[in-house]
Design a binder for this molecule. Structure first.
Ligand SMILES: C[S@@+](CC[C@H](N)C(=O)[O-])C[C@H]1O[C@@H](n2cnc3c(N)ncnc32)[C@H](O)[C@@H]1O
Length: 271
């Protein structure tokens, strides 16, 4: 049975159209956005989702992600108050607490792409989070080394635990700190900048980390009407400041971010 059928006795006229049509599942936790017009039904919606997914133990209402640390604004609306869970994806184990750390289902293809790159290389992941890109790369491609930097102590704690759970301690070196200062210089064959909004402020550090001929993955949010020019000019300006040459190898949309805005990634070779 679907949500509308399960809630048939609870919803009033006009409320059916406002019911959520999608949600995500991380491990045993369901995460759902609810239209403010039917927030009074959040308990009923949560219970109905638990009926649909009997394996799941908790339902969280999602109001978005906030600030530099990417902290979710969420609330338990049904099930257990215990929200820590283990999410398995593409052969990788991610332990996380969706009440305290983000995990974007929309970035799945990009996580899988990262899992096919980096074999034998030295990699710097400047915004490592709980290991979104570091872990698929370490598990599937086995780089020589990944320096994984994360500023949020909660996400860093899960990063350290996930490195252990995926048995990649010999590859990943987690660092708790600000990548603007903690990024090593002149060591990396590949740099991952998996953060959006103000990523351009970190381009100098990202570029300085690369050996000549290394590859930069520059993520950014960009208004659709100036995609991909904005990303290319950010790169060109950073290259000019660093006195280095860049060659764009690929530019792709990761996902729709908000109305009129894209999350995109640009891959550039830096000489
Ligand atoms: C949450 S991840 C991005 C999500 C990821 N791309 C995915 O696949 O879901 C971004 C991380 O960068 C971290 N961060 C933000 N500013 C930072 C900085 N200056 N240095 C290191 N980490 C930083 C945030 O705390 C956050 O955990």
């Amino acid at each position: 049975m679907g949500l509308a059928e399960l809630l048939a006795d609870d919803i009033g006229p006009g409320e059916r159209e406002l019911l959520p049509r999608g949600w995500s599942i991380l491990g045993r936790v369901v995460i759902v956005k609810i239209d403010p017009g039917i927030e009074h039904l959040k308990g009923e919606i949560g219970e109905a989702l638990l009926d649909i997914y009997p394996r799941c133990i908790t339902v969280l209402l999602d109001r978005g992600i906030e600030g530099q640390f990417r902290e979710p604004d969420r609330e338990v609306i049904a099930g257990s108050a215990e929200t820590e869970t283990v999410h398995r994806e593409d052969g990788v184990v991610f332990k996380l607490d969706p009440m305290r750390t983000m995990f974007s289902p929309g970035n799945l293809k990009e996580r899988m792409r990262m899992g096919r790159l980096g074999g034998g290389e030295t990699v710097v992941d400047m915004f490592a989070g709980i290991g979104y890109f570091t872990l698929p790369m370490a598990v599937h491609s086995r780089p020589r080394k990944i320096v994984a930097i994360e500023i949020n102590p909660v996400a860093y704690g899960y990063l350290v635990e996930n490195v252990r759970l995926n048995h990649v301690e010999d590859i990943v070196q987690p660092i708790l700190g600000d990548c603007a200062v903690a990024t090593p210089k002149g060591v990396a064959d590949r740099v991952v900048m998996g953060y959006v909004g103000t990523t351009d402020r970190y381009l100098d550090a990202g570029m300085a980390a690369l050996v000549p001929g290394g590859l930069l993955h520059y993520h950014q949010t960009v208004p659709e009407r100036i995609y991909p020019q904005m990303l290319k000019s950010d790169l060109a300006e950073a290259a000019k400041r660093a006195g280095r040459k860049v060659r764009i190898e690929r530019c792709a949309r990761v996902k729709k971010y908000s109305p009129g805005m894209l999350h995109a990634v640009l891959d550039a070779r830096v000489e």
